[in-house]
Design a protein around this ligand. Sequence first.
Ligand SMILES: Cc1cc2nc3c(=O)[nH]c(=O)nc-3n(C[C@H](O)[C@H](O)[C@H](O)COP(=O)(O)OP(=O)(O)OC[C@H]3O[C@@H](n4cnc5c(N)ncnc54)[C@H](O)[C@@H]3O)c2cc1C
Ligand code: FES
Length: 261
Amino acid sequence: MVEQDVIILANENFTGQYHRLVLQADRIAPQAQPGQFVHLRIPLLREALLRRPFSIYQVKDQTLSVLYKTVGKGTHQLARLKPGQMMNAIGPLGHGFTVPASPQIRPLLVAGGYGMAALYLLAERAPRAGVVFVGGRKQGDILCEAEFRALGWEVRAATEDGSYGRRGLVTLPLREELERDASGVRLYACGPTPMLKAVSALAHEFNVEAELSMDEHMCCGVGVCLTCVIPVRTSEGWEYQRTCTEGPVFTANSIAWEVMA
Ligand SMILES: Cc1cc2nc3c(=O)[nH]c(=O)nc-3n(C[C@H](O)[C@H](O)[C@H](O)COP(=O)(O)OP(=O)(O)OC[C@H]3O[C@@H](n4cnc5c(N)ncnc54)[C@H](O)[C@@H]3O)c2cc1C
Ligand code: FES
């Protein structure tokens, strides 16, 4: 983990409400692992001390990029920043996804929203390509399809309004694939909590391993404030663990879903 001032190389609209921010981050980028994140201090934000966490999307040499959606004060301010401006970043943070050790493991990725960005490095570094199941409310929520296809991955989309791909939740085509063949499968997912819970239930039903990125609200991002805890099973029952340090990625069967609100 490194704290450094980084230079904005690009900050442009990607699609819809999503923007792509490219940072010159020579000490963070080379260390980044799939599923890790950076914690950015956004300049000229009144509450600038509160950083904002973003998954590391792509890494190339000394640069890294993130895909962010403008949802509130911080991300709207981020979208106003121009190439050449500096900001402070901490990263790479968190415990990310386990890259499959061998091509015997058949990776199936499941993404909602910016989950595609969080899963990209895993797809790039996996020893074999698999299938990415991507879901959203409408066509505009489906990100990075071309980028995953360019890596040789098959992309199956589902939208709730039926405007693109299958109509319905992303777990429908995922279920069909597991019914067809669940042998050697490992699931990796990032997206809204109800989606992660449904993926966890499918992993249990089909007896396959699953790793989930549990992106809770974060303040410090480095394990101090305990804002980001979730209940995780232990031999005695369960305990709270920090998604910023023990996570954000946890195995599906380690999460005490029955305790989560
Ligand atoms: C580990 C991690 C990785 C993330 N990666 C990405 C990413 O790659 N791309 C991306 O667009 N966003 C990502 N997020 C979410 C992102 O951090 C928030 O959207 C951002 O901090 C909102 O800041 P804001 O000041 O614009 O919004 P705020 O004014 O703080 O909040 C605006 C709205 O966004 C909601 N919100 C804030 N934080 C989160 C969160 N963590 N999860 C869900 N909703 C939230 C608030 O409840 C509120 O409704 C990630 C979050 C975590 C914890
Ligand atoms: S965000 Fe502070 S402990 Fe995780």
